[in-house]
Design a binder for this molecule. Structure first.
Ligand SMILES: [Zn+2]
Length: 285
């Protein structure tokens, strides 16, 4: 080989290696890096991840699935089955799952029209099933579904492009005590306001901080100014966790949100028992 050609090849190879070493990590790598370690689970649970929108389709559905795969692999807490087939909700199939992740689905009432299937689904939760609801899983539904979830989407004055102040209202609660060290924080995401939301029926963990100046630039429609963003509850014997967060893709590899979600899963699966008694909205200092 002539020397100039050899040098050219070496140069090309070096540039290639340099570029490879500076490549941005993939979304899966980011989720993996930021997924927390958890206490070794007592068993491996089974989770159905249902992501079918019958209304608005979020582009973050795919990274939601990636998050579920990575959480399953890294924590060993559950095996996950991905299906948007409503037959998974039939009595013989739904009973195999310890919990269902509602991954940015919308308006389930438009797909699940059969009253018997709706009843099977609601009874599944009442009898001890878990529900992990991400963002637009709170958009729509029939009355029992909304009652089970604990609130219904009623607009998003605090949109995806803004960075909003969040109050950690329950900083000693196991599900959020480690989220930003139990302190208030800011996040860029689209946040919902809810109708059919009754604080007395839900344990609110995080809420919009109405003393934060950015938040005050938008006007919500709740007379009580109470904008809950993450809560959990018991529903019969079942366990429900709801996260308003989950519109923007970055939320799915935010290490602090992943801490909350991993703990939320431990709760909905029945791996840990946590306090679900409602607490009043803290009085602003
Ligand atoms: Zn959204």
């Amino acid at each position: 080989m002539k020397k100039p050609l050899f040098l050219t090849l070496l140069c090309v190879l070096s540039i290639g290696l340099y570029a490879a070493s500076n490549e941005k990590p993939s979304e899966r790598e980011l989720v993996t890096q930021n997924m927390p370690e958890i206490e070794a689970p007592s068993k491996k649970y089974k989770v159905l991840c249902f992501s079918k929108p019958y209304g608005f389709r979020h582009s973050s559905i795919e990274i939601g699935k990636t998050m579920m795969e990575v959480m399953a692999e890294k924590t060993g807490l559950f095996d996950v089955t991905f299906s948007d087939d409503l037959t998974e909700f039939e009595p013989d199939k739904i009973k195999q799952y310890d919990a269902i992740c509602l991954n940015n689905n919308t308006h389930l009432e438009n797909g699940m029209k059969d009253p018997k299937m709706r009843e099977t689904f609601i009874n599944y939760v009442k009898k001890g099933g878990g529900i992990f609801a991400i963002h637009s899983a709170t958009d729509g539904g029939w009355p029992e579904y909304v009652d089970m979830i604990g609130g219904n989407f009623a607009g998003h004055p605090w949109g995806a492009g803004g960075t909003w102040g969040i109050a950690n209202e329950d900083s000693k609660h196991p599900v959020v005590k480690d989220v930003f060290g139990g302190k208030n924080f800011t996040i860029k995401d689209e946040l919902y306001q809810y109708k059919d939301f009754d604080r007395a029926k839900n344990r609110v963990l995080l809420a919009l901080d109405m003393s934060h100046e950015e938040n005050l630039k938008r006007k919500g429609n709740r007379a009580d100014n109470d904008y809950a963003l993450a809560w959990l509850k018991k529903y019969g014997k079942g366990r429900v966790f709801v996260s308003s967060f989950g519109h923007n893709k970055e939320v799915f590899y935010n290490p602090e949100i992943l801490k909350m979600w991993a703990e939320g899963f431990r709760y909905v699966l029945g791996e840990v028992d946590v306090d679900t008694v409602s607490i009043p909205k803290p009085v602003a200092q």
